[in-house]
Design a protein around this ligand. Structure first.
Ligand SMILES: [Zn+2]
Length: 335
């Protein structure tokens, strides 16, 4: 018999709805073992995962779990089960962290909301966990220094990633440090309107529409998609078009903002887009800036809230207002 027909036969003999009742009585460590080791009964694996996920979202701590695994015979299904286990295990671990690190748990919540295995009930539990995170996160947000204008005196290149929230920076912290070590991280609170022009004006210390004011002051402002084959070359080309040497420059990368505005983007896809941009392009950009003796500031204009499964901004909250500012000082100045 094929795996799928074995799974169907198992579902007939041992209906997962009946098993779910037993799973609700079972201990979580036993359920984790079952999900990791069951080779054939996919629907029972789903029922057990649903119970685990609901408990964890509801606040249960996990026993130090074994690395996520699945022995399902269907390799693609097994891979999906492993990533489902990873989402709940990672969520449980991140929830124990302090802020800002705890904010990364939203990626796990979003993965659970988007999962076709999730039920309406589980999605409600996920929304509830997210609301809790927003509430506790807002207390941390209130403790942050307000985002004041960054200094343009030592002529930095300011790279603004449009709409990149705290959780996405945190999820990429390790690969970012690997790609370009030596940066200083700061967390700041964006006050006022959560909108691109308002935030740029605030963070650059200017009044009025950044496009006009920067142009009037001869400060180059380029907009990129982040999908440029060679970002450093595109950046350098864009900046030299309006070059007068020895001054600040601003680039805005609309990596994912447009898709998010249309409500078409998942947080997970946004995380992947940012990760590949940072892994493949950041080192070149840092060395471009260092070769010109300029500091590089990598930041965002604002982040995005996840509301009803969609990414949006304007309403405020920790995921919109927590601004991450990452600075590489120029090599020349340091030496
Ligand atoms: Zn924006």
């Amino acid at each position: 018999m094929e795996q799928t027909s074995i799974a169907a036969a198992l579902e007939t003999r041992y209906p997962s709805a009946r098993l779910a009742e037993e799973f609700r009585q079972a201990r979580t460590d036993g359920l984790l073992r079952f999900v990791s080791r069951e080779p054939l009964h996919t629907q029972a694996v789903r029922a057990a995962w649903l119970v685990i996920a609901e408990r964890v979202l509801g606040g249960e701590r996990l026993p130090t779990p074994a690395p996520p695994d699945s022995l399902l015979a269907d390799a693609a299904e097994a891979a999906r089960v492993i990533s489902r286990l990873r989402a709940v295990i990672r969520y449980a671990a991140l929830r124990e962290q302090a802020f800002p690190e705890r904010l990364e748990a939203r990626l796990c919540i979003d993965a659970i909301i988007a999962d076709p295995w999730s039920t309406d009930e589980l999605r409600r539990a996920a929304e509830h966990a997210l609301a809790d995170m927003e509430t506790t996160g807002s207390r941390w947000l209130a403790s942050l220094p307000a985002a004041a204008a960054l200094s343009l005196r030592d002529n930095p290149v300011v790279l603004v990633m449009d709409g990149v929230s705290a959780d996405l920076w945190l999820a990429n912290a390790e690969s970012l440090t690997r790609a370009a070590p030596g940066a200083r991280w700061e967390w700041l609170r964006l006050d006022g309107n959560v909108a691109t022009p308002d935030s740029l004006a605030l963070q650059l210390g200017i009044e009025g529409d950044p496009l006009d004011v920067l142009a009037a002051n001869g400060i180059p402002y380029v907009q990129l998609s982040g999908r440029e084959e060679n970002l450093a070359a595109a950046l350098s080309g864009g900046l030299s078009a309006a070059r007068s040497p020895g001054q600040a420059a601003v680039a805005r990368i609309a990596l994912v903002d447009r898709a998010a505005h249309r409500g078409e983007l998942r947080l997970g896809a946004m995380a992947e887009a940012l990760a590949s941009l940072l892994e493949q392009r950041l080192a070149e950009v840092v060395s471009l800036c260092q070769s010109e003796g300029k500091p590089l500031v990598l930041t965002a204009d604002h982040g995005l809230s996840l509301v009803g499964g969609r990414l949006t901004h304007g309403g405020g909250g920790v995921y919109e207002r927590a601004i991450c500012r990452i600075t590489w000082r120029s090599a020349r100045k340091q030496s």
